[in-house]
Each structure stands twice: as C-alpha cells, then as structure tokens.
Design a protein around this ligand. Sequence first.
Ligand code: HAM
Length: 428
Amino acid sequence: MSRFNTLKGVQDICPPDVLIWQEIERTAREVFHVYGFGEIKIPIIEYTDLFVRSIGGDTDIVEKEMYTFTDRGGRSITLRPEGTASVVRCYVENHMHNLPSPQKFYYSGPMFRYERPQKGRFRQFYQIGAEAFASESPRCDAEMLSMVNNILLRLSIGNLRLEINSIGCKVCRPRYREALVSYFSEKEDNLCTDCKTRLRSNPLRLLDCKIETCVPLKADAPLIPDYLCDGCKSHHERLKELLAACNVNFYENPLIVRGLDYYTKTTFEVTTEHLGAQKAVAAGGRYDYLVKEFGGPATAAIGFAMGMERLAALMSENPPKDSAALPIYFAPLGQRAETITLSLSEKLRAGGLGVEPGDGATLLKSHMKKADKLNAAFVVIVGDEELDKGYGTWRRLSDGTQGEIALDCPDVVDNFLRLARCPEEPVR
Ligand code: HAM
C-alpha cells in the first residue's frame, strides 16, 4: 500500500488519459491561433486581494473556496481560483493598453477551489481560457462564442448546449437588483441560509441556487431581459444576429447570472447532460469595468474558460489513438551491441526519431516481448553476426516483415527515418 495519497479532490493525470488532455490542448491552441490569440503564462499565486476585488467578496469562491495562506513575509496569498483576474492584472501592470487593440490572450493550467469534490468537480482542476481586451462591440462577443463553439466542434463533443444571457450594466442592473430584492424579501422565511445572506449581499446569486427548497421560489422571479437598458438590449439583439450569421446555435437563458461579480452584459455557459450535477464545460462573459477597477483606462473585455476534466470525461468514450507509439526498439544482444545501439539511439533521437534502446544482457525473446508491450513499430536486432556485417535486422511487429539496415554509414539517420516513416520502401 502506498504511504502517500493525493489530497481529496486532487488527481494525477496518467497515460493513456493524458493523451486526451494533450488533444484538447492541441486543438484549443490551433483554434486560438487562427483567432489571433497568443499564449500568456500567469502566476499560480497572487495577492488575495486581487481575487477579492475582482471575483467579489460576497461570492462563494471568495467566501468559502479559496486556498489562502500567509507567506513568510506576512502577506496574504491565494492559489488562483481562476485566470481572468490575473490576466487583467497583467494587462494593466504591463501597460498593455498602450499596445495596439485588440490584445488577445489564452492560458491553461491548474486552478484551486476548496469545493466539495464530486463527479466533475475537483479542488485542483485545469482550465483553458481566453481573454480579449477589445471593444464594446457585440462582434467581439460573437467571435468569442464562435471560437468556443469551434474548439468544441473540433473535439467532436456532441450534445452540448450554449446558453446566453445579458446581465446588464451599471445603468440597468441596479433597477433589476431592486426588483429581485423586493420579490425575494416576501419569500425570505423559506430561503436557505445562504440565500438569506445573498438577498442582502448579492441578490443575483439567488437565481443560481440549486437547493431544492429554493428552486420553486424562483418560478415567478423578475427576469433581467425585462430590465435591460436600451444599450444592453441592442447589444444583446445584435449579438444574437451575429451568432446566427456565424452558424452558432444558442439558447437564451435569463437565469445565467454566473458566480463571479465582474460580469457585465453578455454571460454564457456551455452545458452537457452527461456529467451529472456538474453541467458546465465552459463559461464566461463580458467584464467591461474590470480593467478600470484595476487602475487601467476604461477597456472593454470578454473571455471564457473551459474545464479540462469535464471535457476529458466527455471525450473518454472515444479516446484519441496513441500517435506517440514507439517507432524503433533496439534489441542489442551483448555489451558490444549495447554500446553501438545506445550511441546510435542518441543520433536518431537528435534527428527527431523516437527510439528505445534495450539492454545488452536481455535475451531476444524478452526483447521481443518488451518491444510489443511498448507498442513499438519496429524492432532492430543487433547481435554479433549483425555487428560483423555492419547491419541490423529490422522486423516490423505488425506483420513480421524483415530486412536489413546499415548501422554505420553517412545516411544512417535518414535511413532510419525512412524506415520509420515509409516502411514500404526498400531501405539499405
Ligand atoms: P467558471 O465558471 O468559474 O468561470 O469556470 C469555468 C469552467 O471551469 C467551468 O465551466 C467548469 O468547466 C470549470 N470548473 C470550474 N470549477 C471547477 C471545479 N471545481 N472542478 C472542475 N472544473 C471546474 C471562470 O473561471 C471565469 N474565469 C471564466 C471567464 C474567463 N470569464 C471571463 N473570462
């Protein structure tokens, strides 16, 4: 029995599962690049205040879920629960508003939230996200949503549902907030303890509550679309037109208010019915005030993040093939062959070929078994007889075809590459 285990809600991602993760990252990168997003690396630790000020002091994340500690210098530090706050800090701190607009970034990495672990919900989880510091135009929202849609399409994850909403701006949200408070105040006695607090601190979050007794109380709650100002209304209408023009299917859901405070206007979630209670695979929205709140000039922005564990779980039924199958396994028979095959392996690896050199003390039968287990395409057997002739005997494991290949000639790397890539051509 192992003496050590991972923490609750934390997991290792081992082969072959990691292939799915690599596929998600590769696909997302390709899509990000065609949309003009460049990679940004943000820290895993930040001052706690960064998250309190952006995500909001009255949110579940800040109130209950942050991994916060005091460092040796007495500062309050937090393991990042999300990436947006750090990207905005980085944008402002590095005066990126002086660079040509739009500035578009993507990031990936672990996030930390002390939530109750369950299927699809972890305490350390990975996000891939993107943030665009662009303009207030609904065109940016449509492009962001189309980009999310394209990543998911390319990953061939079916049965996803994109839901959008607008949660208004500084002009219209206070009116909506008032209407909500007055509606729920009449029902206060029946609200859960958290919702009673939310009623004063963050009434929009009442719409998010999943507690059984609270759900029916929302039935006749006022809905934000009825309270949007003209600017927010026309933004939302134009977004819908543009999404249709980009062939992005969507549903409107006036209850998408999101658990973070920085959003304005457009909010969205991509959900699935295949992961139990943890339905959201990606989510995001516009946050037009955050750059200014962090000390930068007023700059409109929008972003999203998707949960890698949830995407990987949806893809696990059709895992990608292991394209990293081992091209060449060397089977040296004896120490002299071991020296030569090891030195040749280094040359081939430098030439970009995947090689596993076996041990000189191993018998041929065991070499063959090992090569099979390693999923090698070719075994190259090198015994004394082969060494004397300067050739190795290659054998293709899929069909047993055999041939010879020179071990010491000026074209040795090219010959091996040709063997691995075009095995039908004669190699000598
Ligand atoms: P979020 O909705 O908190 O938004 O998280 C985005 C996605 O991360 C979720 O839809 C889900 O797939 C995944 N996720 C969140 N918490 C967990 C967890 N405990 N375990 C597994 N997966 C999880 C944000 O984080 C915003 N920063 C998104 C954004 C970017 N908005 C604007 N820009």
